[in-house]
Write a protein that binds this ligand. Sequence first.
Ligand code: THU
Length: 131
Amino acid sequence: MNPNELIDMASQSLKNAHAPYSNYRVGAALLCADGTVFAGCNVENASYGLTNCAERTALFAAVAAGQTNFTALAITASGEPAPFPCGACRQVLAEFCGPDFPVYIKQADEYAATTLGELLPHAFDLGNGQR
Ligand code: THU
């Protein structure tokens, strides 16, 4: 699957976003090593801090379905700014994905191709071999 296909899947999930407070809708699509894709959207709450980002929605759905090996992530948003993942999502991704893990972030009609290592150098790791 190429980055544009994964971005299209993220854009589909964006349509399900629950974002009545920010009006900033985000979609994410997480490609698993077996070719399965899990999508997610942001889910906001009247108690703002309970909001779940699109990236974590996708990742948690994948893990709940038994997936732990991931190949790439695409993220799209309904407007500006481009949806570079928040710090919490970066650390949650680092639980399962290494520094070379590709992340594609839609920006206007193009996408930025980066890696988890670029987004989160020195990710926290207990170093106990649990990952
Ligand atoms: N949000 C995401 O879903 N992913 C990101 O990468 C950045 C922010 C959501 C959280 C909230 O619903 C809205 O965007 C505004 O912060």
